[in-house]
Design a protein around this ligand. Structure first.
Ligand SMILES: NC(=O)c1ccc[n+]([C@@H]2O[C@H](COP(=O)([O-])OP(=O)(O)OC[C@H]3O[C@@H](n4cnc5c(N)ncnc54)[C@H](OP(=O)(O)O)[C@@H]3O)[C@@H](O)[C@H]2O)c1
Length: 310
C-alpha cells in the first residue's frame, strides 16, 4: 500500500479507502461478509475507512475494527443534515455523533463530515451546524471537520466553490472521475491554497463499471451535442482504452485516472465484492495511464461538468 498525507490534517492515509455500502444495499453480502470485506481491506493495507450514519454500515465497520489498535485506523463518517426548519439542528449533530460513536464502538471519529451539503443548504450548514461541529472538535470527539458535496445534483461543485473561499473544512469529499474532471479546474486550486485534504468519490460508480450505462450516457451526450457525433464508438465508448492496450479494464483505467490526479489524497472505492476490492487496490497502485490515454480522455471529457458517472 502507498500512503499519502491528507492535507493539513497531517494524517497518513492509504491512497485508497472506502468501502461504502459494502454490498449491504444490494443484499449481495450478508453482514458477516461485509465485516470480512472490511477486514480484508485492512489486511491489504487500507487504513482509511469511510462510512455514514445513513448507510447503515457503521456497525459493520465497528465489528471489523474491534480489537484492532484504534490509532492505526482513520475513521471517517458523516452526519445527514437535519431539516432547515428544525428547532435545534445543532443538537441533532451532537446526537448523531454520539450514535455514530456507539455504532462504531469508538470514542472519537477522525473525520466527521456534514453529508451531501447542497448549495441551498450551505448557509444553514455554516451558521447552524458548524458551531456544533467545532464544539465536538474542541471536546476531542472528532479530530477534523469535513464536508461531502451532493455531487448527484451539484455536478459542477457550486457548494465547494463557495465554501472553500471561506475556511470551514479540514477535508472535503468531492466527485471527480474521467467523465467529469471539472474539480481539477474549480475545486482543487482552492483546496491546495488552504491545504484542505481531498477524498475522491464517484471514481467508478455505474457508468464506469457497467457498459450499458456508459453507452447510454455517451449516447445522451452525443444527442445533446456535448460530445461530437462520432467522437467515440457509440457501442463501446471507452473501448479504445482496452483495444489499444492502455488499460486492462475500464474500472482499472478509472481508478488510475483518479489516483494520479495530484490534488487527490484518497481515492475511495465503494465495492462490496472481495475480488473487486483486490483488483481496485492493484489498479490504484499502478502507474498513471499512458499519455495517449490521458490526452484522448481530456479531448473527450475534459470540459464536462454535468455528469456524475451514476
Ligand atoms: N454525497 C456523498 O457524501 C457520497 C455519495 C456517494 C458516495 N460517497 C462516498 O464515496 C465513496 C465511494 O463510493 P462510490 O460509490 O463513489 O464508489 P465507486 O468505487 O466509484 O463505485 C462503486 C460502484 O462501482 C462498482 N465497482 C467497484 N469496483 C469495481 C470493479 N473492479 N469492477 C466492477 N465494478 C466495480 C461497485 O460494484 P461492486 O460492489 O459490485 O464492486 C459499485 O457499484 C464511499 O466511501 C461513499 O461514502 C459519498
Amino acid at each position: 500500500m502507498e500512503y499519502t498525507i491528507l492535507g493539513r490534517t497531517g494524517l497518513k492515509v492509504s491512497g485508497c479507502g472506502g468501502p461504502s455500502r459494502l454490498g449491504l444495499r444490494d443484499n449481495v453480502a450478508a453482514e458477516a461478509g461485509a465485516v470480512s470485506l472490511v477486514r480484508q481491506a485492512i489486511d491489504l493495507g487500507i487504513n482509511f475507512l469511510d462510512t455514514a450514519q445513513s448507510y447503515g454500515t457503521e456497525p459493520v465497520v465497528g465489528k471489523a475494527i474491534a480489537g484492532l489498535p484504534r490509532e492505526h485506523l482513520i475513521i471517517s463518517t458523516k452526519k445527514t443534515l437535519p431539516p432547515v426548519d428544525h428547532s435545534n439542528p445543532a443538537e441533532q449533530v451532537i446526537k448523531g455523533l454520539e450514535q455514530s460513536l456507539k455504532s462504531i464502538g469508538t470514542d472519537y471519529i477522525d473525520i466527521y463530515h456534514l453529508h451531501g451539503v447542497e448549495p441551498k443548504d450551505y448557509v444553514f450548514a455554516k451558521e447552524r451546524l458548524m458551531p456544533a461541529m467545532r464544539r465536538l472538535r474542541d471536546q476531542g470527539k472528532i479530530r477534523f471537520i469535513g464536508v461531502t458535496e451532493g455531487f448527484a445534483t451539484d455536478t459542477s461543485h457550486q457548494m465547494l466553490q463557495e465554501s472553500l473561499r471561506e475556511d470551514l473544512w479540514d477535508v472535503v469529499m468531492v466527485g471527480f472521475n474521467l467523465l467529469n474532471p471539472s474539480a481539477r479546474r474549480t475545486v482543487f486550486p482552492l483546496t491546495a491554497a488552504k491545504k484542505v485534504g481531498v477524498l475522491d468519490m464517484f471514481a467508478v460508480r455505474r457508468a464506469l463499471s457497467q457498459s450499458d450505462r456508459l453507452r447510454s450516457l455517451c449516447g445522451e451526450l452525443m444527442q445533446k451535442g456535448v460530445l461530437p457525433r462520432g467522437a467515440v464508438n457509440a457501442d463501446d465508448p471507452l473501448g479504445f482504452l482496452l483495444k489499444e492496450g492502455l488499460a486492462a479494464t475500464i474500472p482499472e483505467a478509472a481508478y488510475r485516472f483518479c489516483r494520479h490526479e495530484p490534488a487527490v489524497n484518497v481515492v475511495l472505492t465503494g465495492t462490496g465484492n472481495p475480488e473487486h476490492l483486490k483488483a481496485n487496490i492493484e489498479a490504484i497502485l499502478m502507474p498513471p495511464l499512458p499519455a495517449p490515454a490521458l490526452e484522448r480522455l481530456e479531448r473527450l471529457f475534459g470540459a464536462l461538468d454535468s455528469l456524475t458517472a451514476n
